[in-house]
Design a protein around this ligand. Sequence first.
Ligand SMILES: [Zn+2]
Length: 62
Amino acid sequence: MTVACGTRRMSDAFALCPKCKQPMRLVRVVPALAGHPELQSFKCRACGEVTTRPVEDVERPR
Ligand SMILES: [Zn+2]
């Protein structure tokens, strides 16, 4: 059984819950505005924690 598990870039699309350290699910994306980076909101399915972070480290198209 072949599983593509070499997706280390998932760290760009997911976050860990600050409370329970579980992977958080991307629930919302705020498009980038002038002078502001794109925002991604994540929600923890385990405890309901929601966090929003700017997307700055993702690969940029060249
Ligand atoms: Zn949590």
